[in-house]
Design a protein around this ligand. Structure first.
Ligand SMILES: Nc1ncnc2c1ncn2[C@@H]1O[C@H](COP(=O)(O)OP(=O)(O)O)[C@@H](O)[C@H]1O
Ligand SMILES: [Mg+2]
Length: 306
């Protein structure tokens, strides 16, 4: 177990005032996550932040992540923050089921996820702003500086991101406190509601990115995108914007996996193929950019269904 985790565990035992048993949770792709238990049955979640994740642009600065985690907890969507230590937090343990992509696609779940997003987005603003387009620029420049291998054809598609950004700017929306990384594993069904964990990429952003990112991460069909958009906004007006953000999510997070593979390889989750994930996300982005519907989306129109 890394020193940072051992140090944090000592601090947790001091805070708890009694011995604790820890079990590493293997789901996380970046930080060190452990379930903590005491003999008398208390359970908490320890999140030890790896500073290299922020240093390599794979996450926001740790102080911002902690501040946003506290803020998200105040809305009731995030887990309660019980104790803050240097570079680590002790969170409420959410007794529930971590979702997977097929679960997120369920019609009732789509509605619950939209409700959780609305609750987060109407809460206090986060301490930082976040633009997925600036994140793409930043990750791409890291790839170029370090000579990291992006999927073949990536550089040819880069100008499309500027076209998408311009199209979205023509119908801009106010930013709200967004999670920005809503893959299924950051959604926990606990009781009747969905809770949201892992504020590693959080920041005030366009809500259409939050929805597009959810759709990208859980492989939504166009109809499922409509359902999510309607559940969140109440109508279909922003369907084109959400679909453009779905593409941007795949384009940008392609590079997240390239940078992770290239710069923090020793933090890799065993058995998880970061390069294959990058290739898969890029293939999905290309599929959507080459689809005849793309021109409609850029023009702000819902494409006709065949
Ligand atoms: N507060 C919590 N209560 C219960 N389980 C949690 C909690 N936070 C995270 N988890 C579980 O641990 C996994 C990894 O945690 P996460 O914070 O997402 O780490 P990473 O940044 O490495 O992705 C989640 O997918 C979820 O299954
Ligand atoms: Mg996570």
């Amino acid at each position: 177990m890394p020193d940072a985790v051992n140090d944090a565990l000592d601090l947790v035992a001091g805070w708890a005032g009694r011995p604790v048993i820890s079990t590493i949770i293997k789901g996380g792709l970046s930080h060190h996550i452990a379930r903590i238990e005491t003999e008398d049955g208390d359970r908490w979640l320890l999140r030890v932040l790896d500073p290299r994740i922020a240093e390599t642009g794979l996450g926001i600065p740790l102080d911002q992540e902690i501040a946003n985690t506290v803020s998200a907890a105040s809305t009731g969507v995030g887990a309660r923050v019980l104790h803050v230590m240097p570079g680590a937090v002790v969170l409420e343990y959410l007794d529930g089921v971590t979702l997977d992509a097929p679960a997120v696609r369920g019609p009732r779940t789509i509605e619950k996820v939209a409700a959780a997003c609305r609750r987060l987005h109407t809460g206090p603003r986060f301490v930082n702003d976040f633009s997925i387009f600036r994140k793409l620029d930043e990750l791409l420049s890291r790839c170029r500086t370090h000579g990291l291998p992006v999927p073949s054809g990536y550089e040819d598609v880069v100008p499309v991101a500027a076209d998408i950004e311009a199209a979205l700017a023509r119908r801009s929306l106010p930013t709200v406190p967004c999670h920005n990384d809503l893959l299924a594993e950051n959604l926990i069904a606990a009781g009747p509601e969905i809770r949201i964990v892992d504020y590693q990429l959080s920041g005030n952003n366009d809500p259409r990115f939050e929805l597009g990112d959810i759709a990208a991460e859980s492989d939504f069909t166009p109809d499922q995108v409509v359902r999510l958009t309607r559940a969140y906004f109440g109508d279909d007006e922003h369907v084109p914007g959400v679909r453009l953000n779905l593409i941007t999510s795949n384009l940008t997070w392609t590079l997240w996996f390239v940078v992770h593979q290239g710069l923090v390889r020793d933090r890799a989750l065993p058995g998880f193929d970061y390069s294959a994930e990058a290739a898969d996300k890029f293939a999905q982005a290309v599929r959507d950019i080459e689809d005849p519907s793309f021109g409609h989306l850029i023009d702000g129109r819902i494409p006709p269904t065949n």
